[in-house]
Design a protein around this ligand. Structure first.
Ligand code: GLV
Ligand code: MG
Length: 348
C-alpha cells in the first residue's frame, strides 16, 4: 500500500497535483453520445443544455470499423462545442484493447483541457486504476495540462465486484463508479439477455396457503447486492456511485423504478442512453420536493443537529438530521441549476 504522504504527490514530473477535494457537481444523468455519428455530434450543444454530463462513447456499441471515427468525432465535438457548466466525459476502450493507447494519447493531447472525466470500462482491481493513473499523469505532463483528468470506473466484471473496496480506495484521481449490468451479467454467467433491470423469473414466491389459490410472486432486484456494495465502497472513500445503463427503451416505468432504487440506496445518477431517459433521470435524481420539505423541517427543528424532537409523529435525532442534510444539500445543488425546482423546494 502506498504511504499516506505519497498519496497526493503528482505521479509524473510536471503533471498537475491530484485533487484533494473532488469538484461538487450535479451529475444526475451521464448522457451517452455516439461520436462517430455526425448527426449526433451536431446536436452536442443542444443536448449539453439539457443534461448534467455529456459522454462520448468510444467503447462497446461502436463497431470496430468505426472506432477511429468515434475517437476523431469526439475530439472534433469537444473542440467545436461550448459545454458551459455541463461535464464532458469520454468512455474509452478497455485496457487490453488495441484502441486504448490512442484513445488516451489523443484525447489528453488534443482536448485534455476540456475533459472532466474518463470512464474506464471493465476495471478488475486497483492495479487497473494505478496503470491509468500513471499513464494519464505522463500524458498530462507531456501536454502541459493544468488540472488532472478524473477517472470513473465501470464495475462490470465479477472480479471487479470482488475487489470493489480496493478499487474505490485506489487513487485520488477516482471520481466514482458505475454499475455495468450487461457485462457483469455475462461475467457472472447470469442466464439473461438484458441490459439492466429486473427479470420476470427472478422472484420470491409466497408459501402456498391452506385455502389454495394462486400464490403471490414478486420480482426481486438482481442488482441490489452489487449496488449496495458499490455504494458502500464509494461512500467510504468519498467518491460517487452511479447506476449504469437501462437498455429497454420501450419500458420507461421499469427504467424509472431501477433508477429510483439506485437513488434511494445512495447513487448520484445514472446513464441515459436514449433521449427519453433524460427526463426520467432528472426526475428521479432530483429529490422529491415533499421529502425535501420534511427534511427542511428537521433541520429547522434541530438547529445544531443534536437532541431529539418529534415531527408529525416521527422521532428525529442526530442521524435523521444527517439524512435530512443529504437531501437538502442535494436540493440546493438542483435549485442552483433549475429555477423551477428551486421554487418547489422553497429555495428560490
Ligand atoms: C455497461 O457497460 C454494461 O456492460 O452494462
Ligand atoms: Mg459494459
Amino acid at each position: 500500500m502506498k504511504a499516506p504522504r505519497k498519496f497526493f504527490e503528482p505521479l509524473a514530473i510536471g503533471a498537475p497535483a491530484p485533487l484533494r477535494e473532488l469538484p461538487v457537481r450535479l451529475e444526475r444523468m451521464i448522457h451517452f453520445i455516439p461520436p462517430h455519428v455526425e448527426k449526433m455530434r451536431a446536436k452536442a450543444a443542444e443536448i449539453a443544455a439539457q443534461v448534467d454530463v455529456v459522454l462520448g462513447n468510444l467503447e462497446d456499441a461502436v463497431p470496430i470499423d468505426a472506432k477511429q471515427a468515434a475517437r476523431d468525432g469526439f475530439i472534433a465535438m469537444a473542440q467545436a462545442t461550448d459545454f458551459g457548466a455541463t461535464g464532458l466525459w469520454a468512455r474509452v476502450n478497455a485496457l487490453n484493447s488495441p484502441w486504448i493507447v490512442d484513445d488516451l494519447t489523443r484525447l489528453v493531447g488534443e482536448v485534455g483541457d476540456k475533459l472532466d472525466v474518463l470512464m474506464i470500462p471493465k476495471i478488475e482491481g486497483d492495479w487497473d486504476i494505478h496503470f491509468v493513473d500513471q499513464y494519464l499523469a505522463l500524458l498530462e505532463a507531456r501536454y502541459g495540462l493544468k488540472k488532472p483528468i478524473l477517472i470513473h470506473a465501470i464495475l462490470e466484471t465479477a472480479q471487479g465486484v470482488k475487489n470493489v473496496g480496493d478499487i474505490a480506495a485506489s487513487s485520488p484521481r477516482l471520481h466514482g463508479m458505475s454499475l455495468g449490468p450487461a457485462d457483469l451479467a455475462a461475467s457472472r454467467a447470469m442466464k439473461t439477455t438484458r441490459v439492466g433491470g429486473g427479470h420476470p423469473d427472478y422472484r420470491v414466491l409466497a408459501d402456498p396457503s391452506a385455502a389454495g389459490g394462486a400464490r403471490i410472486a414478486a420480482q426481486q432486484d438482481p442488482w441490489h447486492y452489487t449496488i449496495a456494495r458499490m455504494v458502500d465502497a464509494c461512500a467510504a472513500n468519498g467518491i460517487k456511485a452511479f447506476y449504469g445503463p437501462f437498455g429497454d427503451f420501450s419500458d420507461p416505468e421499469a427504467c424509472e423504478a431501477q433508477f429510483r432504487n439506485a437513488f434511494l440506496l445512495g447513487c448520484a445518477g445514472a446513464w441515459t442512453l436514449h433521449p427519453s431517459q433524460i427526463a426520467l433521470a432528472q426526475k428521479v435524481f432530483s429529490p422529491d420536493p415533499a421529502e425535501v420539505g420534511f427534511a427542511q423541517k428537521i433541520l429547522a427543528a434541530m438547529p445544531d443537529g443534536s437532541g431529539a424532537v418529534m415531527i408529525d409523529g416521527k422521532m428525529q435525532d442526530d442521524a435523521t438530521w444527517k439524512q435530512a442534510k443529504v437531501l437538502v444539500d442535494l436540493a440546493r445543488q438542483v435549485a442552483a441549476k433549475d429555477a423551477d425546482m428551486a421554487k418547489l423546494y422553497g429555495l428560490s
